[in-house]
Structure formats: structure tokens, C-alpha cells
Design a protein around this ligand. Structure first.
Ligand SMILES: [Zn+2]
Length: 413
């Protein structure tokens, strides 16, 4: 229990203990194949890569230095000296908390210091051996399977990893179209574009993928002829760059959502938080959902900062699920409030309680501890308020971590 705050009440601790016993589904990751992780030379700083780098960057660290420290092997003393001033500025954030929990669990230290940085690096290096993914995901986290994004479709790690296909999007130049869909034969017509999309999605389904990943760009099913004319313009003028919100992109995104559905795949949709988050509001999906109410949509990240726009989609539409992946890392307060509000508004089959959303496998554990903590605090609040019995609260805990993703994705296990 040492990973959980001492301030948890007895009731909250009791619920955490029950959640720890569950075998669960991990509803979103970005894990590379274990073989590529084993080829890397990770060190203590690897634990502060991925989301921590957002906080290091906004604290003032430049991107080139950051890449050298976090993603490449190098002199540990130089790394520490350069890293420390920025680490001191961000070591209290939620991103960093997951890194600290992870470091304590697997490498025995609560924080990185000048005194332990060499030893932690050595422990990380020694643990980077075959079986790492199973030791972390299956044995330590109790994860039955992780739904994964951006990995090779044929890497399923004996069923532990379930891949999703990244859809072809951001069709803004002729070059984008060829790069994403051209393959061996260049794309010339809108029919070529659609055939190439269909082939990718069919192939993914055949290889066992469980979903297609989309970003929630605006898509209102632009007319086919507009899309055709836009493609012709892009192909005839290689210097032309259109905004993402263009008829070709919209039309092709909409077509791919339908293709995913027809091939039995879930549409996994990132909403909110990313660079220009204004383009990724969950409300962008509404015109599509209204017209296609049977298409299964797994809505990622509860739309932060457009939280209530996201919850509204779960509230109104039967085919939409709310996925808490990444949320506890973004902000515990936001995740707590979102889950609290969703449990008041939604039937208990609508929420997926956890997705680590990480490249670095050990960090999934740090995030899972934070998820269990927040879920238990929300459930305990409802028990204290007498809106749920403890028995019902524990049943909901199990549903959001196990039954709901299993049912929606038709998973076995
Ligand atoms: Zn992600």
C-alpha cells in the first residue's frame, strides 16, 4: 500500500485492496514490441520520458537536450546535471508522480537524486531482459490484455497485446495522400483512396486488430464530389497545403469510420488534449454519431478540457463508451470529478476505467496505482453519501476495469 497516499481513509483503502485483486483490461497503450524495447539502452531517465517530457519542456528544457537525456544513451553525470534544474520544477506533477511510483516499485527509489541516479540506471538496464512485458503487465498489474496503438499489427505478444490500426488522416497535401495511401501504386482518384483505406482496415481486421484509432477532427461527411474535387486540386498542385478541415479529409475520415464498423472493429477516438486541442473537441463527432448511431465509438480521455461535451456523448448515445485512459495522469482532480459525474449520469456499462497510454512499459504500473486510488476515492465518496452500497460500488469497480471493455470489444479472458 505504500504507493497510495497516507491520507486515504479506511474505506478507500479497503476498496483499493479489492481493486488490486482484479484481473483487468488495459484500454489504451502505445507500447512498442518488447523486442524493440530490449534493443534500447534504457537508464533512469527513461522513466521520465513520454508524458513527463511535456512538463520538462514547458518548464523550459529545450527539445534537443530533452531528446538526448530521455531517449538516447549517454553520460549519466551530464544527464543528471542538465536534468536536475527542470526536474526540480516539475517533480510534483501528476506525470511525474507516475514516474516516481514506477521507480519505487521496480527500481527501489522514491525520487531521483545525484546519489542514486547511477544505481537506478544500472537496475533499469539489468531489468531490460526478455519477459519484461509479462513481468510488468501480467504479473504486476494483473492485466489480461492491453489495447495498443501504433504497434505492428502482427505483434500480439501471445495475446497480451491487442493492436489497433491508426487511420489515414491529415490528408492536407498531395504528398500526404501518396505517403499514407499510395503504397506501390500512386493514388490517382478518390476511388483509389477509398480502396486503399479499405484494404488497410480489412488487413488489420484479418490480423486480429480490435479497433481503428482516429483523432476527433471535425467530420461531417463532406459530399463525395467535393472530396473528389479537393483530391484533384491536391494532386495537380504539389505545393498546395489545405487545412485539416478540408472536404477530402472529412470525407475519407467518415468513410473509414464506416469501414471500421463494417469490418467489426471499434472506432477508438482521441478527444481533447493534444497540440491544437481546439480541433479535437468531442463535439466534432456529433454529426457523425447522429447519422450513424450503431457505430461503436470508444471515446478516449473524456475530452479534456471539453469534459462535459464528452460526457454528453456517453449520456445520449448507446454506442459510445467513455474511456478514462490517460486521465489520471493529466490531473487527479479532473479524473476524480469526471468519474464522479459520470457515475451519476451514466449506466454502469458505459465507462472503461483504465488505459495506461504509455510507451515505457513499467510506467503502466504507476498510472494504474493512480487510477485505483482515484476510482476508490470516487466509489468511497458515493458509499459515504449512501448513493451506493459498498457491494454495488465494488461491482461498478469490477465492471469499469474488466466487464465493460470485455463486452464492448468482444474479448475472451
Ligand atoms: Zn494515446
Amino acid at each position: 500500500m505504500s504507493f497510495y497516499p497516507e491520507t486515504l481513509s479506511e474505506l478507500e483503502r479497503g476498496i483499493v485492496s479489492e481493486l488490486e485483486k482484479l484481473r483487468i483490461y488495459d484500454c489504451h497503450e502505445h507500447l512498442p514490441p518488447e523486442s524493440s524495447r530490449l534493443r534500447q539502452s534504457p537508464d533512469a531517465f527513461t522513466l521520465f520520458s513520454h508524458y513527463c517530457q511535456h512538463d520538462l519542456y514547458t518548464a523550459g528544457m529545450d527539445k534537443k537536450t530533452m531528446a538526448e537525456i530521455l531517449w538516447n544513451p549517454g553520460d549519466i553525470d551530464w544527464k543528471w546535471k542538465t536534468f536536475e534544474p527542470f526536474y526540480n520544477k516539475m517533480k510534483h506533477t501528476s506525470y511525474c508522480r507516475a514516474a516516481h511510483i514506477t521507480m519505487e516499485k521496480f527500481y527501489g527509489e522514491k525520487q531521483l537524486t545525484a546519489e542514486n541516479v547511477h544505481e537506478v540506471s544500472e537496475r533499469v538496464r539489468r531489468a531490460n531482459t526478455e519477459g519484461l512485458y509479462n513481468r510488468v503487465l501480467r504479473d504486476t498489474c494483473g492485466i489480461i490484455a492491453s489495447i495498443n496503438c501504433d504497434g505492428p499489427l502482427d505483434d500480439n505478444h501471445s495475446g497480451q497485446i491487442l493492436q489497433t490500426l491508426r487511420c489515414a488522416d491529415e490528408l492536407c497535401t498531395g504528398g500526404d495522400v501518396q505517403k499514407r495511401l499510395g503504397g506501390e501504386t500512386p493514388v490517382r482518384t478518390l476511388e483509389d483512396v477509398l480502396t486503399a483505406c479499405e484494404k488497410r482496415i480489412k488487413d488489420a481486421a484479418k490480423k486480429g486488430a480490435v479497433g481503428v484509432k482516429f483523432m476527433a477532427f471535425y467530420m461531417d461527411g463532406a459530399a463525395k464530389e467535393e472530396a473528389r474535387a479537393t483530391l484533384a486540386r491536391l494532386l495537380s498542385d504539389p505545393s498546395l497545403r489545405l487545412p485539416r478541415r478540408n472536404p477530402l479529409n472529412e470525407y475519407v475520415l467518415t468513410a473509414q469510420l464506416m469501414m471500421a464498423h463494417k469490418n467489426g472493429l471499434v472506432c477508438c477516438v482521441h478527444t481533447g488534449y493534444w497540440n491544437d486541442y481546439r480541433e479535437l473537441s468531442p463535439a466534432n463527432l456529433l454529426p457523425f454519431i447522429i447519422k450513424n448511431q450503431d457505430v461503436k465509438i470508444d471515446l478516449y480521455h473524456v475530452g479534456y478540457p471539453y469534459v462535459r461535451e464528452a460526457i454528453m456523448l456517453g449520456k445520449v448515445w448507446p454506442s459510445v463508451r467513455m474511456n478514462m485512459c490517460w486521465t489520471y495522469l493529466i490531473s487527479r482532480k479532473f479524473a476524480f470529478d469526471a468519474l464522479d459525474e459520470m457515475l451519476e449520469m451514466l449506466p454502469d456499462n458505459k465507462i472503461f476505467g483504465f488505459g495506461g497510454d504509455y510507451y515505457v512499459v513499467e510506467k503502466v504500473f504507476g498510472h494504474l496505482v493512480m487510477a485505483r486510488e482515484t476510482i476508490s476515492r470516487v466509489l468511497a465518496k458515493k458509499v459515504r453519501e449512501k448513493t451506493l452500497t459498498l457491494e454495488r460500488a465494488l461491482d461498478i469497480g469490477k465492471k469499469i476495469l474488466y466487464d465493460n471493455p470485455k463486452e464492448f470489444y468482444n474479448l475472451k479472458g
